[in-house]
Design a protein around this ligand. Structure first.
Ligand SMILES: C[S@@+](CC[C@H](N)C(=O)[O-])C[C@H]1O[C@@H](n2cnc3c(N)ncnc32)[C@H](O)[C@@H]1O
Length: 238
């Protein structure tokens, strides 16, 4: 829990920690900051470039990870991604699973964010899958530039299945858990209309490409498929 809190609290009081820790992008982040006369420092969460630089800085500062996030792709919100990792940590502890943990991340994205966090924070081994060629290429690059290719495999999914193709390619694969942040929408109209007018305006801006956010049949079909395939391959989860 401490890592997530530390990361979340950076935007409040730890100005020095963010700027001081991010040696390679620190100057970039400074140029995205607003300095008030009171000494309060903030960044504009409505600006995708600020979000991208902040995520890169936090990953570097808190996890010693150097990642590339292109302008046209989803910027992972670090506290949310950490919360998912922490939830899985708790699940693993609840079944007394502490060592040699192997996880599967379906749709790992350009950053391979869950594999990178899982490996650095918990020493898990991870496989991240991707259908999008550009995400696959950059995810692989983000893994190798952090020298984590012995712990993380990025797998290109050439099918519209979710886990089936993995076991067709290698029937010996076994996992301790499977995680997924699925594409949510079935088309662009749904994406544009998804937010209820009753909800307050989001504090941060929207990032992500259509291929990351849209899937045929939307989140519901995606998750139904995952449940069906999980039933077929239930023996592949330890
Ligand atoms: C919402 S993004 C999540 C990216 C990243 N995991 C994150 O949380 O920031 C969903 C990702 O799933 C990928 N994807 C969609 N269908 C897939 C499938 N059948 N197998 C593997 N990846 C898939 C998309 O290309 C996209 O990168």
């Amino acid at each position: 829990m401490d890592v997530a809190l530390k990361t979340v609290s950076n935007k409040a009081g730890e100005r020095g920690a963010i700027v001081g820790g991010c040696t390679f992008v620190g100057r970039w982040l400074i140029s995205w900051m607003t300095w008030e006369l009171s000494g309060k420092v903030s960044i504009n969460f409505k600006d995708p470039s600020s979000l991208r630089i902040l995520t890169k800085c936090l990953l570097h500062h808190d996890f010693n990870l150097t990642v590339e996030i292109p302008e046209d792709r989803l910027v992972p919100t670090l506290p949310l991604r950490l919360n998912y990792i922490i939830w899985i940590e708790d699940l693993m502890l609840s079944i007394d699973k502490r060592d040699n943990i192997i996880g599967l991340d379906i749709g790992t994205g350009v950053c391979a964010i869950y594999p990178l966090l899982g490996v650095i924070k918990n020493k898990w081994k991870m496989i991240g899958t991707e259908t999008d060629q550009r995400n696959f290429d950059l995810a692989q690059r983000n893994v190798t530039q952090n020298n984590l290719q012995h712990l993380i495999t990025i797998s290109k999914n050439p099918t519209d299945t979710l886990v089936e193709y993995l076991f067709t390619e290698n029937s010996d694969l076994m996992f301790d858990f499977c995680m997924c942040n699925p594409p949510f929408y079935s088309n662009i109209e749904e994406l544009c209309e998804s937010r209820s007018v009753a909800r307050p305006e989001p504090k941060n801006c929207f990032t992500g490409s259509l291929q990351e956010l849209i899937t045929e049949g939307g989140e519901l079909k995606f998750i139904r498929k995952l449940i069906a395939e999980s039933k077929t391959f239930k023996d592949k989860i330890r």
